[in-house]
Design a protein around this ligand. Structure first.
Ligand code: GLP
Length: 241
């Protein structure tokens, strides 16, 4: 794992966006694995800016997102589909039919997981963007998730519900379940870029980089991958030796 300690949030996001821009310039129809959460918003801002400047096009790109809340419809601002439209898709020339997010409204969630697995098999990711939960989760693969897992319905850890409640009116409004890509499919991306900022991520970053490779820290699975770049700010790197 390559560790880059960035000088602040803007630099961290600019470096992350640069990796995606380079991939797209070399391969305009690349498959981009995308993530949600507050940390990666700056990456999307930078990508939208780069698109506006004319330096890159998303016209042929395909995207696959990590996860979606169960019960969240794309027109609901709490959904990750809404987030993606607002933060990236509607700001670029991306063709919406080439964007994929699990369907949190599916009546048959088992069938939806199987559909998503087939989609992942058909669209191998050239690069995967990740954030990290304060408990070390990636996507919604919470501690204890098997490294060979595929798309599944995950129950959010109590700490994740609490972390994510800042984006909702109250803790009661936070969905308790999500459909998430499994760790095995995250690891299938050719290249992985994981971002972390802030002191509340310092323990997760330490466990990911210096802890045991174990299911107790899902992000530690990334050490089994040959091409991972971890972009962190000074606060998130605070516990590293
Ligand atoms: C959410 C998402 C993750 C994300 C994480 C961190 O639960 N499912 O994909 O990486 O939380 O979010 P944030 O960047 O807002 O701290």
């Amino acid at each position: 794992m390559r560790l880059i300690i960035a000088d602040g949030y803007a630099e961290m996001c600019a470096r992350g966006a640069e990796i995606f821009t380079d991939v797209l310039k070399k391969k305009p129809n690349a498959v981009l694995g995308l993530a949600t959460g507050s940390t990666v918003i700056g990456v999307y801002d930078k990508l939208a800016e780069t698109f506006e400047s004319g330096a890159v096009s998303f016209g042929e790109a395909r995207t696959v997102n990590l996860d979606e809340y169960v019960g969240a419809s794309p027109d609901d601002p709490i959904s990750y589909a809404y987030y993606m439209a607002e933060k990236l898709f509607d700001r670029t020339d991306i063709d919406k039919k080439n964007t994929h997010i699990p369907d949190g409204m599916a009546e048959n969630l088992a069938a939806e997981c199987a559909r998503y697995d087939a989609l992942l098999d058909a669209l191998p990711r050239d690069v995967q963007l990740l954030g990290i939960g304060s408990d070390g989760h990636i996507g919604f693969n919470e501690p204890g998730s098997p490294f060979d897992g595929r798309t599944h319905v995950a129950a959010l850890a109590a700490s994740t519900v609490k972390d994510n409640s800042r984006l909702f009116g109250s803790i009661a409004e936070v969905p308790r379940r999500a459909v998430t890509m499994g760790i095995s499919d995250i690891l299938k991306a050719k290249r992985i870029v994981i971002l972390a900022c802030g002191a509340n991520k310092a323990k997760a970053v330490y466990d990911m980089i210096s802890g045991e490779i174990s299911e107790s820290c899902p992000a530690s699975a990334l050490r089994l991958h040959a091409d991972v770049t971890a972009l962190v700010d000074r606060e998130a790197a605070g516990r590293l030796k």
